[in-house]
Design a protein around this ligand. Structure first.
Ligand code: PLP
Length: 638
């Protein structure tokens, strides 16, 4: 065995391969049994629960995969980490203001998520950011009677503003953030009509630009926010209406998932300058809202790679507090309440998509006779020769030959000059040559350029029970990578290189980008399937944006969802089971009426009875199967 291929596989090897300790933020690890664990810190110590046991507990209750498992403790832990980190940084540095975050509802609008965020967040006055009327309704109903902020971003029409103003009368702390100059006249008119003075904020465009995927959100050409001249106009208009005292909050948002702390520092420094001048203009500024952007280290590489971040949470909080304090102190301006709209970082960790593997296609040759069969075509004999010639120094040559003869055979087949069997044997020989070349490459220090893509080319396809478009839309839309790994069998060496295909009939319904330190790897190492055991994978850190952006491609609907709470004694409760869309549900979403569909199908069955094609009992059976299907899950059911 080559020295680089380790003989014994250990759980430590698996932890390193899948980098679970790098991206897991200490919430996920591997157990001695080789299963992924969820780790929760309690005052009495840390509790580790096998994710496999959780999944077993959920499936025993009758729920089928795919299942989105939400671990409520992780949502609470993330909210606590964010708030405690800001508190600690402020106390350490001597900041006079406080921190009061809001969760942007758009990042995960699910009722359960918002309920938990507002319930747990209450101890920190953690509020909500609403960017539309439905989101405002969610915020108003979840934050009544609290001191938490409701930051109203996005386009706001009269109805939005009226609702916010009236809520203010009820004691809710709605702040309208003016995003475009057109909003101000509407706000002024409505506040006059209702006799309620608004609490106002303003979103500005910073010239600071950020790296990462969302860099278009920042800079002069960003879509939202006022330019400097528009900001001056706004201040003047407010002064004219004797309403400058309503302006309390300054907001900017540089973009989501900002990987580089230097960009974050540059942004807040510039924003402080705006804040200082608004105070000097006479506005009673009290809040500095830094928007979202706090990144999640999906790759675990702690770098400024777009799916990572080169800073810790403590560093993020300390840097922001330090810059704000330093800049404002120099001008003798009171420290504002710092607001952030951290979405991704708050919810990413708490959801894991669990799915089973249905089948595997591997690109390995079928049974090949040891020698060319009697009377075999010359091209087949040539392929045998290439196979026999294969040595470390002839890899490139054999590769070229294999490709050439395969293509020649295909050409002859098209012209009817060789049989299907010849074509099939030719392809098997070609695959065998490539597989043997790939096996040699593992041992080589320098891989010839043309052979670099061979591993990907020969990778297995693992067909898995989920829809990329419904459950991991960002992998398709923006090449987002998520940590994906089996949740068991980590005591075994994963010997297969694979890509993952979902069960939509779409060639884009696949995952071929996986975390690998600073790079994205096009294949994932997986275990061969066992005949008598499900092979279960988890896609981790999927709590942000994925559920919200998912769609009904191929009419695969919402997955089953199970919310779990881990207890201090190491047990867990399945606190909520939400069944995913049934077939009737998804048909309804695209304007079919399941009853009418049944009626049409019933007519077809009735005609078949009349024509004697089926009996009446057969008709009953068929109709019952149809009705059962309408009630069924849209995914592959066992
Ligand atoms: N605030 C605003 C205005 C946003 O547009 C977004 C998302 O891009 C966020 C907050 C949330 O950002 P993140 O998820 O990076 O924290």
């Amino acid at each position: 065995m080559h020295p680089r291929v380790k003989q014994n596989w250990t759980i430590e090897d698996s932890a390193e391969l899948y980098r679970i300790r790098d991206w897991g933020a200490s919430y996920f690890d591997l157990s001695d049994k080789g299963e992924v664990t969820v780790n929760i810190k309690f005052p009495s110590g840390e509790v580790r629960v096998s994710l496999m046991d959780i999944v077993q507990g959920i499936t025993d209750r009758g729920m089928q995969m795919p299942i989105l498992v939400r671990i409520e403790n992780l949502l609470d832990a993330q909210i606590a980490r964010l708030n405690e980190s800001f508190r600690a940084a402020m106390a350490r540095i001597g900041y006079q203001g406080k921190y009061q975050g809001v969760f942007p509802i758009k990042v995960n609008q699910q009722q359960q998520a918002i309920e938990e965020i507002t319930k747990f967040g209450a101890r920190y006055n953690f509020g909500l950011e609403a960017g539309s009327k439905p989101e405002l309704i969610i915020a108003l109903s979840h934050l009544s009677g609290s001191d938490s902020l409701i930051v109203c971003n996005g386009y706001k029409d009269e109805e939005f503003i009226d609702l916010g103003l009236r809520a203010q009368k009820l004691g809710l702390r709605c702040i309208f953030v003016i995003e475009t100059p057109a909003e101000l006249p509407i706000i002024l008119a409505r506040s006059q009509a209702l006799g309620i003075r608004p609490q106002l904020g303003v979103r500005i465009k910073l010239s600071s630009k950020v790296g990462g995927h969302w860099n278009a959100t920042s800079g002069d050409r960003s879509i939202f926010g006022l330019s400097t001249s528009q900001l001056i106009e706004l201040v003047d208009t407010l002064k004219e209406h004797d309403m400058l005292d309503c302006l309390q909050l300054l907001h900017y948002h540089l973009g989501s998932q900002i990987p580089n702390i230097r960009d974050i520092r540059a942004g807040v420094l510039e924003a402080c300058r705006f804040y200082i001048d608004l105070v000097r203009e006479g506005a009673p500024m009290a809040y500095l809202d830094l928007g979202g952007g706090l990144a999640v280290d999906y790759t675990g590489s702690q770098s400024n790679h777009q799916h990572s971040k080169n800073y810790s949470l403590d560093e993020y909080c300390t840097d922001l507090v330090e810059v704000i304090m330093g800049t404002l102190d120099a001008q003798g301006i009171a420290h504002p309440t710092i607001v952030t709209e951290s979405g991704r970082n708050t919810v990413a960790y708490y959801s894991v998509l669990i799915f089973n593997t249905l089948d595997v296609t591997s690109f390995e040759a079928g049974a090949i006779p040891a020698q060319a069969p009697e009377g075999a075509h010359e091209l087949i004999c040539n392929l045998y020769e290439a196979l026999q010639n294969l040595r470390p120094e002839t890899l490139q040559e054999c590769y070229n030959d294999a490709l050439y003869y395969r293509d020649e055979i295909r050409e002859l087949f098209k012209r009817g000059q060789v049989t299907l069997r010849t074509r099939s044997l030719g392809y098997d020989l070609y695959l065998e040559i490539l597989q043997r070349i790939a096996a040699q490459l593992v041992k080589m220090d320098r891989i010839p350029t043309e052979l670099e893509g061979l591993r990907e080319y020969l990778a297995d396809i693992y067909y898995c029970n989920f829809s990329v478009f419904q459950s991991l839309p960002d992998t398709w839309a923006i090449d987002q990578v998520f940590p994906i790994l089996p949740i068991h069998r980590h005591d075994e060496r994963p010997t297969r290189e694979a890509i993952i295909s979902d069960i939509t009939c779409d060639s884009d319904g696949k995952i071929d980008g996986f975390i690998n330190g600073h790079e994205v790897r096009s294949t994932l190492q997986l275990h061969p399937l066992k005949a008598d055991e499900e092979y279960i994978l988890g896609a981790f850190l999927v709590g942000a944006y994925q559920e919200t952006l998912g769609d009904l491609h191929n009419l695969f609907g919402d997955t089953n969802v199970a919310s779990v709470r881990i207890n201090e004694d190491g047990s867990f409760d399945v606190v909520k089971e939400i069944y995913g869309d049934s077939i009737a549900d998804v048909l309804g979403y695209v304007q079919y009426n399941p009853k009418a569909l049944f009626e049409q199908f019933r007519n077809t069955a009735e005609v078949a009875v009349r024509q004697g094609t089926i009996t009446v009992p057969e008709r009953q059976e068929i109709l019952e199967a149809f009705t059962a299907s309408l009630r069924g899950y849209t995914y592959y059911e066992k």
